[in-house]
Design a protein around this ligand. Structure first.
Ligand SMILES: *Cc1c(COP(=O)(O)O)cnc(C)c1O
Length: 375
């Protein structure tokens, strides 16, 4: 079996090639490369898909997080609570803005922020919480919102890995990930569930005032052209990327189903493998499997990864080193043992190939190869 990829962007593109090529060609013909009509159209389409009042497109998911935090107008030294088990971008922007990241541990079952630990981490300086909807399922937003409200703290959802995930409240109300807190952010990096052909990102909010502030910060701190109210940045989604996203958004739900089908195969076939634990499903969230992440049990995870790679099966470790133990974040003063669940997960997790084009033959090859592993 050859040609199993971690992510198969080429196979996905081939299926909608003429639609995409036309969309790109139309932008080139128009030469409206910045702020062309496809950008407003994508904004409207995504607002409708998510059921949110405002989508503000920007240049990438890291900028989206940075702009979201800028829009809160915090002071140096203010604290933002988030997790150490995430992609670095979540934490990087907090530090860059002169604010202080405060980590809390995650759940062993769904890998998301452990909201039971949230209240203890809150101080008078806490101004925001950033739950990360890791690997495709939602953190427990209902409880996070309840605590945030009690202490008057803003909630920014990092939705880079969960665009399209549904969260159900105890009263039955269903909302899309990213539209639940004060601000949601996402990324359209090519390998994300909704990926463009370069960099892209967006912010979401239902609050008109926050939306205005976000637009101002993303556009050089101006509301009226050449009148700068504040120090902003330049962060735009370019028209070609918006045109690609307008085509691909139509297929996002089908893409999620394809990922769920692949995950289902993995779950069924690997359930009884004694050195693996299949992923747990969060009770109030759907799972769109940005990653399919297993936990290894009583084996050397890195040897398993090597074995898979030698058999032609790519497998990745998301994430090998928690952020609180990274060189760059030493200054925060955390040490080994501070977040035991996070640290344990970093040693045990392994992610299998996950994309929309996996064939049944490939899936069986992967799971049969895994079952044959002996240490
Ligand atoms: C990908 C990702 C980002 C950053 O998105 P970019 O578009 O690459 O800047 C932020 N947070 C998480 C959790 C991500 O997975």
């Amino acid at each position: 079996m050859s040609n199993i990829k971690m992510v198969d962007l080429k196979g996905q593109y081939e299926k909608i090639k003429s639609e995409i090529d036309n969309a790109i060609k139309n932008v080139i013909d128009s030469t409206a490369f910045i702020n062309g009509s496809e950008v407003q159209l994508f904004q409207k389409n995504l607002e409708k898909y998510l059921g949110v009042k405002h989508v503000i497109p920007c240049a990438n998911g890291t900028d989206a997080l940075q702009i979201a935090i800028m829009a809160l107008n915090l002071k140096p030294g203010d604290e933002i609570i988030t997790v150490s088990f995430t992609f670095v971008a979540t934490v990087e922007v907090i530090s860059l803005l002169g604010l202080k990241p405060i980590f809390i541990d995650v759940n062993n079952d769904d890998f998301n922020l452990n909201d039971d630990l949230l209240e203890k981490a809150i101080t008078p300086k806490t101004k925001a919480i950033i739950p990360v909807h890791l690997f495709g399922q939602c953190a427990d937003m209902e409880n996070i919102l309840k605590i945030a409200k009690k202490y008057n703290i803003k909630v920014i959802e990092d939705t880079a890995q969960a665009l399209g995930t549904d969260y159900t409240f105890s009263n039955g109300e269903v909302k899309k990930a990213g539209t639940i807190g004060d601000i949601g952010t996402t990324s359209f990096f090519p390998s994300k569930n909704l990926g463009c052909f370069g960099d892209g990102g967006a912010l979401f909010t239902n609050d008109d005032k926050i939306a205005d502030t976000i637009r101002m910060y993303a556009n050089h701190g101006m509301k009226v052209r050449y009148y700068h109210q504040t120090i902003g940045i330049n962060s735009r989604l370019d028209t070609i990327q918006a045109a690609v996203l307008n085509v691909k958004l139509k297929y996002l739900n089908n893409y999620s189903i394809a990922r769920q089908n692949a995950a289902n195969h993995y779950n069924v076939e690997l359930k009884n493998v004694d050195f693996l634990e299949t992923p747990d499903l969060a009770p109030n969230s759907t799972h769109i499997f940005h990653q399919y992440t297993l936990k290894t049990k009583n084996i050397n995870r890195d040897n398993l990864q090597k074995y898979l790679q030698e058999t032609g099966i790519p497998a990745m470790i998301y994430y090998p080193v928690p952020l609180h133990l990274q060189e760059a974040y030493k200054y925060l003063g955390y040490k080994i043992g501070d977040f035991p669940v996070t640290e344990e997960l970093c040693k045990r997790v392994i992610s299998l190939p996950m994309h929309t084009e996996l064939t049944s033959e490939q899936l069986y090859f992967i799971t049969n190869t895994l079952k044959k592993y002996k240490e």
